[in-house]
Design a binder for this molecule. Structure first.
Ligand SMILES: C[S@@+](CC[C@H](N)C(=O)[O-])C[C@H]1O[C@@H](n2cnc3c(N)ncnc32)[C@H](O)[C@@H]1O
Ligand code: SF4
Length: 398
């Protein structure tokens, strides 16, 4: 065992009674083209990308991470991007074989892969299923060619439909990613997108409010977007119509049929642990007396060079105990049904009394409700989520 791992097990200020479930996130950073609104670590493939070398780097990254998760099993794997479906089915097969060779996966491990309709070709999704992927997440965004163009997407509405037909054929659980409050979008436009999306009978739907992220093309040249009132009306419409279709809103942006929630994201929101490998991937790992945050090198080339030398990490730091309550709440309050009160201590290693003043303030404002076992945001708290989360920000100097 090397010195830094021994350091992670030394006594500290926190007292975690149990370690959370562990997930694995794998970042594949290439796309056919960079979308103007996207601030994820994604890079234009420009014809081709070094598939085999990247897989070598991921394996080396995983091998060098093993001492940190010794003895733990993995409950979910999420292959995200970028556009993971740009990787060939053979590459995904090799990746998952490497993961299985190095880690202990639970028998029912959920394995998600993000796919773009623009990379779709017949039998590709079937081959991903055969490689062991159990859940496909298809980035559709809209079924209207006008909006797809405005968003700079490389696929058409027809391609999105064809990709979903194929996803539904081969995956019992699949997800459709949509965005709303698009440039020039009306309620009637949104209704048409929902008609088509719900027509596929999706087990899971993620619907995101289009946001203008700093350092994107849209931040520099912002398109005209629907105003706040219209955006709220759209969200109400989405919640109402998904509800009628048997999908319930279990998180701010996530809607699922019973038995089809995304375990991987659920684990993030419950402040579970995740090892993140790949360019720019973030990780959070708990130990009996501390919580560690990791970030891998962001640039794919730099990441590969360093990961292959056994040094994938750009930065690694212990989360200051004073920051844990906010980090926990930032995630857990996103869940519609909230969380068991005991989870706060279990995941942060801090006593509940640490957040009692903020909890009382939130209750006085009518933003949360709780009984002896569970704490949940109220309807109003969910509407004012960022104000509610901010109540848990660390005091200066803590
Ligand atoms: C990182 S992308 C990966 C999926 C895939 N590459 C794609 O774009 O279809 C995951 C999802 O985040 C959402 N997303 C990305 N940028 C966003 C933004 N600025 N505002 C809202 N949602 C965004 C999109 O719905 C997208 O499907
Ligand atoms: S395809 Fe997805 S990850 Fe790639 S640039 Fe577009 S939104 Fe970002």
């Amino acid at each position: 065992m090397n010195q830094s791992v021994i350091q992670l097990h030394r006594p500290g200020q926190l007292q975690l009674s149990a370690l959370p479930p562990l997930s694995l996130y794998i970042h594949l950073p290439w796309c056919l083209k960079k979308c103007p609104y996207c601030d994820f670590n994604s890079h234009e493939a420009k014809g081709e990308f070094p598939e085999q070398r990247y897989l070598d780097a991921l394996r080396a990254d995983l091998e060098s991470s093993l001492p940190l998760i010794w003895g733990r099993s993995v409950h979910s794997v999420f292959i995200g991007g970028g556009t993971p479906s740009l990787f060939s089915p053979d590459a995904i097969d090799r990746l998952l074989s490497d993961v299985r060779a190095l880690l202990r996966l639970e028998a029912d491990t959920e394995i998600t892969l993000e796919a773009n309709p623009g990379t779709f070709e017949k039998d590709r999704f079937k081959a991903f299923r055969e490689a062991g992927v159990t859940r496909l997440s298809v980035g559709v965004q809209s079924f209207d060619d006008r909006f797809l163009q405005a968003l700079g997407r490389v696929h058409s509405a027809d391609q999105a439909r064809a990709a979903l037909d194929e996803a539904a054929r081969h995956f019992e659980t699949f997800n459709i990613d949509l965005m709303y409050a698009l440039p020039g979008q009306t309620l009637a436009d949104l209704d048409r997108d929902l008609d088509i999306a719900l027509g596929f009978n999706p087990p899971h739907l993620s619907v995101y409010h289009l946001t203008l992220e700093p350092n994107t093309y849209f931040a520099k040249f912002p398109p005209a977007l629907p105003d706040e009132d219209l955006a709220y009306a759209m969200l109400d419409r989405i919640t109402e119509r998904t509800g009628q279709a048997g999908l319930s809103r279990y998180e701010v942006s996530a809607y699922a049929r019973a038995g089809h929630r995304c375990f991987h994201n659920w684990n993030y929101w419950q402040f579970g642990d995740y090892l993140g490998i790949g360019a720019g991937a973030h990780g959070k790992l708990s130990f009996a007396h501390r919580v560690l945050r990791q970030v891998r090198w962001r640039d794919p080339q730099l990441y590969m060079d360093n990961a292959l030398k056994g040094q994938p990490m750009a930065s690694e730091e212990e989360v200051a105990p004073g920051e844990l309550p906010f980090e926990f709440m930032l995630n857990a309050l996103r869940l519609r049904e909230g969380f068991p009160l005991a989870l706060f201590n279990e995941r942060t290693g801090l006593p509940l009394s640490r957040i009692m003043p903020a909890l009382q303030q939130a209750e006085a404002k009518g933003w949360i409700e709780r009984d002896l076992a569970q704490l949940r945001p109220t309807e109003r708290g969910f509407d004012f989520l960022s104000d509610l989360q901010e109540l848990f920000l660390p005091d200066e100097g803590s």
